[in-house]
Design a protein around this ligand. Structure first.
Ligand code: FDA
Length: 304
């Protein structure tokens, strides 16, 4: 039934009142405050999972906003470090200034890494859309020379990724591997789901065989299965990789992987700038967005 309806739902999201989007999107976001995020991390810890904390906000165009984000990360690092929680941090490069000036982003990242170093904490740069791919790789390679406990994200849908990882393998960087979430042209990105899965597996194999610690970030059973086969074939220990999942997505798969003895980290976003992140998640999962629209239209809960 639903692909046309789903498209309608997705294109209607900008018309949906924010309060309603927030209600349905709340499963993907820990809350507005650091305290809410720390509670979520404690909850995940009690399940045996680790976390990576993301201060929401992206595509920032004013220097002041980048400074506020940097300071919030520093506050978060201190809170995690002091409490001894099993968590590290993930940063969107444009939230710390990459869209304004790469030296501003580097300076903000260095200040964050300096604080993280006090707690021996790892810092990851998320990967955004393709205008920022090369600048993000350059930023992380610069940062990694001074702060070895840093890493980045590689997107399996990008045609360039197989070549990009050579630079990361050369320094044995810690890499999160995901499919990629932004809308990119076919000239730059594979569009066929099966091809993206095959590329995910090929990248995972090359990174792991090359000695990188890999965060296998996926909720797709096909990617999980192929990753497990590669881990078995290479004879890796559980200390050489981890699985990663988003808060609010497929908690059963999370439990299955933890019960099988794998390390697993959950991406925990928090903050007031929840809208862009949440609508991306809703677009990814039209069945949730459908509930939002049915609610707006007064149609009551969906039957399937
Ligand atoms: P796929 O999209 O095929 O989803 C597999 C199944 O998971 C679906 O069938 C559905 O059941 C479930 N699912 C997926 N998304 C869901 C949702 N929103 N709600 C409910 N169920 C859902 N991307 C990027 O471009 N840059 C980045 O830095 C990151 N960082 C990142 C960190 C972590 C920890 C994760 C897990 C993911 C990212 N991503 C990302 C997002 C990633 O690129 C990708 O878009 C999503 O993980 C969805 O891809 P899957 O591999 O899960 O497959």
């Amino acid at each position: 039934m639903s692909s046309i309806f789903d498209q309608l739902v997705v294109s209607s999201l900008p018309l949906v009142p924010r309060a309603l989007v927030k209600k349905f999107a709340s499963r993907y976001v820990a809350g507005d405050t650091l305290e809410a995020a720390l509670n979520t991390i404690r909850q995940l810890q009690s399940e045996g999972a680790m976390a990576t904390l993301d201060v929401l906000g992206e595509s920032v165009t004013h220097k002041d906003q980048t400074v506020a984000t940097r300071n919030e990360y520093i506050r978060a690092i201190n809170a995690i470090g002091t409490a001894g929680l099993p968590a590290n941090i993930s940063i969107k490069p444009t939230a710390v200034g990459l869209a304004i000036d790469s030296s501003l982003a580097l300076d903000n990242c260095k200040q964050i890494c300096e604080e993280a170093r006090k707690y021996d904490m790892f810092v990851r740069l998320d990967m955004e859309d393709t205008p920022f791919t090369e600048a993000t790789l350059k930023l992380v390679l610069d940062l990694n020379r001074e702060y070895p406990k840093t890493g980045v994200v590689i997107q399996a849908y990008l045609r360039r990724s197989m070549t990009d990882i050579d630079r990361l393998i050369a320094v044995k960087m810690n890499v999160r591997l995901c499919k990629g979430i932004y809308i990119e042209p076919r000239t730059l990105a594979y569009k066929d789901r099966q091809v993206v899965i095959e590329n995910y597996a090929a990248l995972a194999e090359k990174l792991l065989a090359g000695g990188c610690y890999v965060g296998l970030a996926t909720h797709d059973e096909a990617c999980v299965q192929k990753s497990l086969a590669i881990i078995a074939r290479l004879g890796l220990k559980t200390s050489q990789y981890e699985f990663q999942m988003l808060l609010g997505v497929d908690p059963l798969l999370r439990q299955i992987l933890l019960a099988a003895g794998h390390r697993l980290r959950v991406y925990v976003p928090y903050g007031k700038d929840w809208y862009a992140y949440s609508t991306r998640r809703l677009k990814e999962n039209p069945s949730i967005a459908r509930h939002v629209l049915r609610n707006i239209l007064g149609l009551g809960p969906a039957t399937s």
